[in-house]
Design a protein around this ligand. Structure first.
Ligand code: ITT
Length: 214
């Protein structure tokens, strides 16, 4: 067995995700680098129609361009009253020509669409697909979900994205009112990465056997 620490590149430019992923990968005994260490990796177009496809696109592209194992997630919010929207378009939900989406504009659009929907029909879930890829194309992907509901008004300043309006039933509080440890204990990202980690030792062993990584 090799005693060289494997380098993992986090294929995301979302600062909120980078913080959460560092905490989730902490005990994996790997060297974790962000994409800022690899300016040659530009924007990776998310052309897939599922969370899994997009997570794999991001991980495979970053692995190929950096020569290291890359880990990515594709995640978003699925609201039942909106038939699963914004889904894979969560980050771009409020995009308009000349006005790229922001977290605040995404939340405003969501609350507006749900203005006449009563609380009992505002069920929703965060979904995360976590993917890993080696430079020569070996891949692994796992999914996690976090069931909750959309509040009438934002609350809290922690987290990112839709956290201010997502009510977490485990705490009876909005996700943006939770600290990082509380959110990471129950989140969709936590569940997806826990499943990824279960498959990780075999994935690494196969990659090393095939000479895909050091
Ligand atoms: P990368 O592709 O660079 O990773 P991104 O923000 O574009 O960053 P996604 O395409 O996966 O990432 O979009 C995820 C969006 O879904 C994110 O911007 C939020 O709006 C929302 N989202 C995902 N996970 C979330 C979480 O834990 N809390 C709140 N919102 C979340």
């Amino acid at each position: 067995m090799s005693n060289v620490k494997t380098t993992i590149v986090l294929a995301t430019r979302n600062a909120g995700k980078v913080r959460e992923l560092h905490a989730l990968l902490e005990d994996m005994d790997c060297r974790v680098l962000g994409l800022d260490a690899f300016p040659e990796v530009g924007d990776i177009p998310e052309t897939g129609t599922t969370f899994e496809e997009n997570a794999l696109i991001k991980a495979k592209t970053a692995a190929m361009l950096t020569g290291h194992i890359a880990v990515a997630d594709d995640s978003g919010l699925a609201v039942d009253a909106l038939h699963g929207a914004p889904g894979v378009y969560s980050a771009r939900f409020s995009d308009r020509p000349g006005y790229p989406a922001t977290d605040a504009a995404n939340i405003a659009k969501l609350l507006d669409l749900l203005r006449d929907v009563p609380q009992e029909r505002r069920t929703a879930r965060f979904i995360c697909a976590a993917a890993a890829a080696t430079p020569d194309g070996m891949t692994l992907v796992r999914r996690g979900q976090w069931e909750g509901a959309i509040a009438a008004r934002p609350r809290g300043t922690n987290g990112f994205g839709y956290d201010p309006v997502f009510v977490a039933p485990e705490y009876g509080r909005h996700a943006a009112e939770l600290d990082a440890v509380q959110k990471n204990a129950v989140s969709h990202r936590r569940k997806a990465f826990a499943a990824l980690r279960e498959a990780w030792p075999e994935f690494l062993q196969t990659a090393r056997r095939q000479g895909a990584i050091a």
